[in-house]
Design a protein around this ligand. Structure first.
Ligand code: BG6
Length: 285
């Protein structure tokens, strides 16, 4: 059911009717490539990527679950991105992968859960992902989560993230102090690491140098993390190339400030749709 992808890791390659493709690894249910019909890669993967489970793949869309960052007692970003998921359904254009609690996961996080993630290549330049979490236990459970998308940019230093004007954010580079976004867009001229709270569900990454935007439509993921590691953190991060900060920005649809509390037997769902929109190239001067 799976094929061998990069790093000799198993996964599934999706092919849309218009020529779009995507690659999803069973390691982390990690979406690590999405090419639109024109063959252009829309997701960033590190030039120093290490394909060695349980290490998470640096780039694409790691799933942070059941904890975002250090918002709880688990390791950074929880464990879903480090686990092997099971392929539970598949068509040429879609794949569903499932992660269930195990005795080992319950040692870290004492809950019975079923997490189902689905990636679908849609018509046009759309890619849709859905995730559901079912509480299969008898006690309520609480989690935070993020779809930690690395958007490839021709030039991240010229990129803009729109849709956040007026939103409050916690600045993770300044003790998570709360501030308000007053700019029309977020630009990248230094390290940025912010948790925008209860944002609009319509955001966009404008890759100005690449003459294209990715529109993000999220549902049931109220928050949005914006991250670019900049120079020092790129150098200090072993599986990031020194210059990689110029090649991506992360915008992570998330539920962080208000953790999700799921009563026994209940299911929670979220969705993220990405759409690539091309702009006319600027007329050369
Ligand atoms: C972001 C966090 O979501 O993920 C950053 O806001 C963090 O603080 C980044 O550096 C990368 O995390 P990791 O664990 O994949 O290196």
């Amino acid at each position: 059911e799976t094929t061998t992808l990069r790093g000799e890791l198993p996964g599934v390659k999706l092919a849309g009717s218009t020529g779009a493709t995507a690659e999803v690894y069973t390691h982390g249910a990690h979406l690590a490539s999405w090419k639109t019909a024109d063959g252009v890669e829309q997701l960033f993967v590190s030039s120093d990527v290490v394909f060695k489970p349980p290490k998470a793949i640096r780039g694409g869309v790691p799933i942070c679950f059941p904890q975002f960052s250090d918002f709880g007692p688990l390791g950074q970003h929880g464990f879903a991105r480090n686990e092997t998921w099971e392929v539970t359904a598949r068509t040429p254009t879609s794949v569903q992968m499932t992660l269930r609690s195990t005795p080992a996961s319950k040692e870290k996080w004492p809950h019975d859960f079923v997490c189902v993630y689905e990636v679908m290549l849609g018509a046009g330049n759309h890619l849709k992902t859905t995730m559901s979490v079912t509480n299969a236990g008898i006690e309520p459970m609480t989690f935070t989560t993020a779809l930690h998308t690395y958007f490839r940019c021709d030039d991240a230093l010229a990129a803009k993230v729109t849709g956040l004007k007026g939103a409050s954010y916690l600045d993770s580079l300044d003790g998570r102090v709360r501030r308000e976004e007053i700019g029309e867009f977020v630009a990248f001229a230094e390290e940025v690491d912010r948790i925008y709270l209860s944002t609009s569900d319509a955001l966009a990454v404008e890759d100005v140098a690449g003459s294209r935007s990715i529109r993000i439509t999220k549902r049931n993921l109220p928050d949005a993390v914006v991250w670019n590691p900049w120079i020092e953190k790129s150098k200090a991060t072993g599986d990031l190339g020194d210059d990689d900060y110029k090649k991506f920005v992360c915008v992570e649809a998330a539920a962080i400030e208000t953790p999700v509390t799921l009563p026994a037997g209940e299911r929670w769902e979220c969705e993220q749709v990405l759409e690539c929109v091309k702009h006319a190239s600027p007329v050369p001067a």
